[in-house]
Design a protein around this ligand. Structure first.
Ligand SMILES: NC(=O)c1ccc[n+]([C@@H]2O[C@H](COP(=O)([O-])OP(=O)(O)OC[C@H]3O[C@@H](n4cnc5c(N)ncnc54)[C@H](OP(=O)(O)O)[C@@H]3O)[C@@H](O)[C@H]2O)c1
Length: 267
């Protein structure tokens, strides 16, 4: 079964390709680096020739409101048009839990537009909505930093390891299309401020996390439950404390060679 992973060189995409390959599928990683550009259309028809499934785990290089909307709309339209022409039987895209509650942000308006295009297409589909990745916590802290202080609300969040996200996406890709949305999340609910505090402490980052009920998540006002998945979400196994101790939590340059190789073999 040929499965084309658009964005197959990214954080999630590279893991999805490995997992599908390990299960005996022909998984093709496609991205601008391999001559496939879902925005310009370059190389798309060629790579989708003979494909049964498309997994879209792309991300926009720019998160500026207009740019990110243009990216997800154009990319998704091209993928759906070329996928339909190639006879693709299942289109899977990775989105974010709570997207409809986060529309104050241009990024989430773009993800919503992506989801709506997929829902309106003729190709059977599954949208996988994941909670925030552990690997993304540093980005959340950086966005909320002023000087040496990180201001965050104590809203609940149920983050998950990128490895578990990729398992959920790969499993979905080889399953039947649900023509709807499935949610995946982490095994435990944590408070956003505490999560950042624990992450920064583990990395010996001197920034201080201030709990501020008026602080925003990526510029968006959130309440206690905005970021949480629903009751039916399928949960990953990796707990935050275990991930923090693992090589997966280190920035790529800091990963010991042998540990990185072991981690790669494990997935
Ligand atoms: N961060 C979170 O916590 C979170 C939570 C839930 C869902 N998500 C979603 O997960 C998805 C994947 O995230 P990620 O962190 O794995 O992204 P990432 O590491 O930034 O990877 C993005 C991938 O998209 C590719 N790409 C960029 N422009 C492209 C184009 N024009 N044509 C084809 N491919 C292109 C990149 O290729 P190159 O390497 O060649 O540039 C790369 O392979 C995103 O859609 C995001 O919304 C994220």
């Amino acid at each position: 079964m040929k499965i084309v992973v658009i964005g197959g060189t990214g954080l999630i995409g590279s893991k999805v390709v490995q997992k599908l390959g390990a299960d005996g599928h022909e998984a093709v990683a496609a991205s601008p680096n391999s001559g496939v550009n879902s925005v310009t259309g370059e190389g798309l028809a060629e790579v989708l020739n003979g494909a049964s499934m498309v997994v879209d785990v792309t991300n926009s290089p720019s998160w500026e409101d207009t740019e990110v909307l243009k990216f997800f709309e154009t990319s998704t339209r091209n993928l759906l048009a070329c996928g339909a022409a190639a006879g693709v039987r299942h289109h899977v895209a990775l989105s974010v839990v709570g997207t409809e509650r986060l529309l104050a942000s241009g990024f989430f308006r773009a993800k919503m537009a992506q989801e709506n295009l997929i829902k309106g297409s003729s190709i059977p589909y599954t949208i996988v909505r994941a909670t925030q990745f552990f690997e993304f916590i540093k980005g959340i802290a950086d966005f909320s930093t002023e000087g040496n202080k990180v201001r965050l609300p104590s809203a609940l969040i149920q983050p998950m390891a990128a490895d578990d996200v990729a398992s959920g996406v790969a499993r979905t890709a080889v399953g039947s299309a649900v023509n709807g949305t499935v949610e995946i999340g982490g095994p435990e609910q944590l408070h956003l401020d505490e999560l950042a505090r624990r992450y920064l402490a583990a990395r010996k980052d001197p920034r201080e996390v201030i709990t501020d009920p008026h602080a925003r998540y990526y510029g968006i006002e959130v309440n206690e439950r905005t970021l949480l998945p629903g009751d039916g979400a399928r949960l990953g196994e990796t707990r935050f404390a275990d991930w923090l101790k693992s090589p997966a939590s280190l920035p790529p340059a800091a990963k010991p060679q042998s540990a990185a190789a072991t981690a790669t073999k494990r997935v």
